[in-house]
Design a protein around this ligand. Structure first.
Ligand code: PMP
Length: 423
């Protein structure tokens, strides 16, 4: 991409401002804040609602009663194949993985984890490493429980491991790290084998250090190709730290968000500990929904076929976003962006000091985008330069218009900021 000189930037700003005046007339009212599947995607899973007939009902009496608190065996097998773990290393929960993450963190605070000397809340401070940009709801969990967040930068291969290793080796109050290992939210990073092995084997001052491994996008490819990834649980076992990782996942973006199935996977010793605590809290999760999901998704191959249908709907939307950025942004200092192979987001890094202004200007023109700063703990991005684009929910024509507004605003604000700094 070119680097424009001062005169070129000034004339581009004029063109951009005149385009913006036209876009103002659109009277847009579009919400692109969250990564929600579109109705067309939701419809793919409609059969879930009708797949329990008389015969299935009669054949599975235990599923429609209390009991089997850790989930039905068929669901364990399905999720084990998805997460590349053993089926006895799976706990099948309720409708949300985020709920399981919050719950696990709360249990760690209140009771400690399997290898803790005491509950985390009895420590003077509890800290978590948050790779940035990252997922706002992970940060919200830490914030609501008073867990201090320390940022490290993401790279295309996962968190900056030199920084992570240096931090956890020295500071025993760092109890864990958030990870989204595949098509991470928002930058689409795929953790490399080296990253996974370093996380599994690194020396940690806290002996009960935990990797909260949110594998929300394990099968969410855009290009039709499932990517195998080194198993974090195996890596932890091989490194002699079998209880270090707790894996979370759900079918929220496979079937119905908010009405899917959430799971935890961990070493048996860790799971035993957590299941004992859960036993005081619940007699049974929603096994009917687990059964429906098993009947619908059947096995790993059928699940992948289903995800190919999802990808066929999603990929053209990602292409609209990427094409719009590519055809509008005229200087690499204005913005760079991720080009993900899967997941739900595109991460845009703008010229520093622009993200909030871009969000505000988009809102003025009727386009709501994810709040600037939300990819950082406490909404505090010191460079104010990162925005998350969520293209999944909008229809084609809304998305084209939304991106027209977004890229034009991005260009305007960034050039203005650049010119200000030049003078
Ligand atoms: N983790 C990540 C990384 C996500 O992006 C999302 C949804 N946007 C979730 C978890 C939420 O999952 P659930 O619906 O299972 O709570």
């Amino acid at each position: 991409m070119a680097t424009l000189n001062l005169d070129e930037l000034k004339s581009l700003l004029e063109v951009t401002n005149s385009k913006l005046r036209d876009l103002e007339k659109l009277d847009l009212n579009v919400d692109m804040t969250r990564g929600k599947p579109s109705f067309e995607q939701i419809r793919l899973s409609r059969d879930i609602l009708t797949n329990i007939d008389e015969e299935v009902f009669d054949r599975n009496p235990n599923i429609f009663n209390y009991g089997i608190g850790d989930g039905i065996e068929e669901a364990k097998q399905l999720f084990a194949s998805m997460l590349e773990v053993r089926s006895d290393e799976i706990y099948v929960g309720g409708n949300s993985s985020l709920n399981l993450m919050y719950d696990t963190m709360l249990k760690a605070m209140y009771f400690g984890m399997v290898d803790s000397n005491r509950p985390w809340m009895k420590e003077d401070t509890v800290k978590f490493i948050c790779p940035v940009p990252g997922y706002d709801r992970h940060f919200a969990i830490c914030e609501s429980l008073g867990i201090e967040m320390i940022t490290v930068d993401m790279t295309p291969n996962g968190p900056d491991m030199d920084a992570v290793e240096a931090l956890v080796k020295e500071d025993a109050s760092i109890k864990g790290i958030w990870c989204v290992p595949k098509y991470s939210n928002p930058d689409g990073a795929i953790y490399s084998k080296e990253t996974i092995e370093r996380l599994a084997s690194m020396e940690t001052a806290a002996k009960d250090f935990k990797i909260f491994y949110d594998n929300a996008y394990a099968v969410h490819f855009l290009d039709g190709e499932f990517i195998e990834q080194e198993s974090m649980l195996e890596a932890c076992k091989n490194a002699g730290n079998p209880n270090r990782v707790i894996i979370f996942a759900s079918t929220s973006k496979i079937t119905f968000p908010g009405a899917g199935v959430g799971v935890i996977s961990a070493n048996r010793e860790s799971l035993d500990y957590m299941e004992k605590l859960i036993a005081a809290q619940s007699i049974s999760q929603d096994k009917v929904n687990q059964l429906r999901h098993v009947l619908f998704l059947k096995d790993f191959d059928t699940l992948l076929e289903h995800m190919k249908k999802q990808a066929a709907i999603l990929k053209p939307k990602f292409d609209i976003v990427l094409d719009s950025l590519k055809s509008t942004v005229a200087d690499e200092r204005i913005a760079t962006w991720s080009n993900p192979r899967g997941g739900y987001f595109i991460s845009v890094d703008t010229y520093p000091g622009c993200a909030k202004k871009i969000e505000e200007e988009c809102a003025r023109l009727g386009l709501k985008i994810t709040k600037a700063g939300s990819t950082y703990p406490y909404y505090d991005n010191p460079k104010d330069n990162n925005l998350r684009i969520a293209p999944s929910f909008l229809g084609r024509s809304d998305l084209v218009q939304a991106m027209d507004v977004f890229t034009t605003v991005l260009q305007k604000i960034a050039i203005e900021e650049m010119l200000k700094n030049e003078q």
